[in-house]
Design a protein around this ligand. Sequence first.
Ligand code: HEM
Length: 225
Amino acid sequence: MALPLTTDQPDRSVAPAERTVARNFLLARLGSFLAFFPLGIWTANHLWNQLAAFAGARPWEESVTAHSNPATAALTFTVVMVPLVWHVGWGMVRLAKTRTSTVGNVSNLRYWLQRASAIGLLAFLGAHLWLAWIQPRFVLGRPEPFSDIAREMHHHTPTLIVYILGVLAIAYHLANGLWSFATMGWGIAVSKSAQAWFERLALLVFLVLLAIGWASVYALYRAGA
Ligand code: HEM
C-alpha cells in the first residue's frame, strides 16, 4: 500500500504493534546517542579542564567553575543534566535486564565491567554532583572554590580514593561505551577488522581519559598540601 506523502494525518497504514516497536527502537537509540552527544563529549572536556589545576587556583576556577553569564550556566545544565538523567533511566532498564553468561571470554568480562562501572558511576556522580556543584552553588550560594577541593583531596583520604575510582569508572565506561556504541549500538563498525580497530581506539580513549583524570587528581592533591 502506498504511504501518504504528507504527515498532517496519523499514518494508519502502520499497525499499532509495529509503531510500538518503532518507538521502543528510537527510545533505545536515544539513550545510547545522548550518552555520547553531548554527555560523553562534555565529560571528556570537563576532565580536560581539570588539568588547569596544575596552573593554580585562578586558572582552575576560570576553566572549571566560572560562567560568563547565567545563560551559559543554564545551557550547561541543560546540555549535561537532561542527557544524563535520560541515560541513567535508559541504563537502569538495561541493568535490570542483565543476564549471566557461561562464556568466560573477554567480551563477557567487558559486558560486566560496563555494568559494574555504571553502578560505581551512579554512586560517584551522586556524591560528586552534591558536593562539588549543588551544595556549593545552591546551598552556599557560590561555586566550589579551588582551595576547598584541593584541601579535601589532600587531607581527606576517602575523597582522594573516591575520585581515583570515579575517574577509573568514567574512563572505562566511556571508552568501552564508544566500542559498543559503534558496533552493537549503531552498526558503524560491522566487519571484524572495523571492530578490531574500534577496540584499539577504545583502549586508547581509556588510557588518555585515565591519564588526564588521574593527572588532575594528582594536581589537586599536590595543591592541597
Ligand atoms: C557521565 C556519565 C556517563 C556517560 C558519559 C556514559 C556513557 C555511556 C556510553 C557512551 C555508553 C554506550 C552506549 C551504547 O552502547 O550505545 C554507555 C552504556 C551504558 N551506561 Fe552509561 N554513561 C554515564 C553514566 C551512567 C550511569 C550513572 C549509569 C547507571 C545507570 C549508566 C548505565 C549504563 C549502562 C547499563 C550501559 C550499557 C548498556 C548496554 O550495554 O546495554 N551510565 N554509557
